[in-house]
Design a protein around this ligand. Sequence first.
Ligand code: ADP
Ligand code: MG
Length: 599
Amino acid sequence: MKSRNLIIIVLVILAIAPQVLPTFQITLLNYIGLYALVVLGLVLLTGVGGMTSFGQAAFVGLGAYSSAYLTTTEQLPSWLAWSAGSPWVGLLIGLLLTAAVALFLGALTLKLSGHYLPLGTIAWGISLYYLFGTMSSMGGYTGISGLPSLSLFGVLLDKGEKIYYLIWAILMVAVWITSNLLNSREGRAIRALKGGQLMAESMGVNTFRSKMVIFLISALFAAISGWLYAHTQRFVNPTPFGLSMGIDYLFMALVGGVGSVWGALLGAGILTMLKQWLQDWLPLVMGGNGQYEAIVLGLLIIFMMQRSPGGIWPLLVKLAPASWRNQNHIKITSSAAELPRRDLPQKGKLILEACNVTRRFGGLVANNQMNLKLHAGEVLALIGPNGAGKSTMFNQLSAVDTPSDGEILFLNQSLKGKSSRQVAHMGMSRTFQHVKLLATMTVLENVALGAHLRGNKGIISSALHIEREEEQRLLQEAQYQLERVGLGEHLYTEAGSLSLGQQRILEIARALCADPCVLLLDEPAAGLRHKEKQALAELLKKLRQEGLAILLVEHDMDFVMNLADRIVVMEFGEKIAEGLPEEVQSNPAVLEAYLGGAE
Ligand code: ADP
Ligand code: MG
């Protein structure tokens, strides 16, 4: 059975559920739908983007209160009078307000790292809660009652079994949008946030923008849920929008499986049902009416996190047959036109130049007055014992680090003040000494991330899945580069299951996908077997032939000697020799550095 058929079956069950279930169960399903919409945003934000938020409930509150205020206030201020108490205008204004607040809070908090971001979300979660409670026009802690029911196409959704359809339809659309988004160029950029922003930026991804996008989407999902909630309950007060609910949402995401769209539904379902059962049964078992369910729930969650830290959805996926699991990988389906290619500079043209570069770390001089030049169509190797300052040089050349003194020129432009993202757009591409890839994404998707800067379809076309043509072109480019480096058989393998050597080669394919004019490779041969090294050398020779400028930092002397046109040798942050391989090999200073040094 295809997963599409499974989805159809689920939809049919959802459609007939209100016809056969008692009212109470429908009410539960409505809650599950409302919660799942918020949790879906958390899957994007926390599960995929790696940003933990305790503050989603506040956005739910914004959506709920906006509409509650607009639809119940007798004398609206004149600039809002046109809304005429319509809940749909309430939704629109709630979304606009939420977007504005999210953009503001995002700008303040998303640059925070580590624990500061979750703490920041707690801070605004609490502030908004008290704001709702203390504003007298919002009914204070008593809240606002008498909200109208929604009506759609003339049908009044005043009963649980009626609004059920609206809630679940909106949820399904949100699921569809989220899955589309995740399986797109923008989605790869979003998923790359967790794999290291340094890597994503050097693939040309604007990581701050990607964070902002998912923050905004998750806030909007929450606001829609709040709006639906307000008009289902027809009453709002601050309690369901406080920090404690914010924590519950996060729990739902963790229990269901924070890494997948369906985990959101599962988590909302499980936690809602569980809470209900515990509330019903615990008083019978424990006697009295203490709130034991929070304790029992807490313990259950701890137990579950021990057993399956990824949540329950991944467990279910593991039980499914392999043929099902692989269906969800994005595939190359049609043959699209090739992406345009950059005209490479003429062979021998100066591409990258370091002029008297000095880099100090406190009192330590890691690079001292370094000069080097890299031309189109040549392989330059930077070698030297451990601690010589090669990586420091490499980072400055790739705009990850800035020289304390001196200057780097790339295509005659100074790199001063340029980000690695801008440099990537100019045609510089790199690999990492410690491989940086997204282990659970396929090889093809990882490599397609390299082509990020060659596409331009944005969030909306991705969410609506109308970027197929461009997407196919990007994937095809990734396939071409993978075949070129000899990984053509592994397109749909998970990147994490490749050998270390293959992962390094994958990084080269990813770098090539950006269509660069200069390639910077940090120890590309480390961990490769002899055969793989030979194949890599052949590939690099071919790329040099095509006119690429290649700089490699390398330890493996045999590899370097057979490949490099010129070699620069460093020791203690300084250049001690430069020249053809055979010259460098017999240079007494180099022999001294290598034989006397740590190597
Ligand atoms: P290599 O790559 O040749 O092994 P590095 O460039 O990594 O050498 O390091 C050169 C020197 O600079 C080392 O002594 C290292 O400890 C120091 N160094 C590198 N990066 C930093 C940093 N961010 N802060 C302080 N010292 C650093
Ligand atoms: Mg190094």
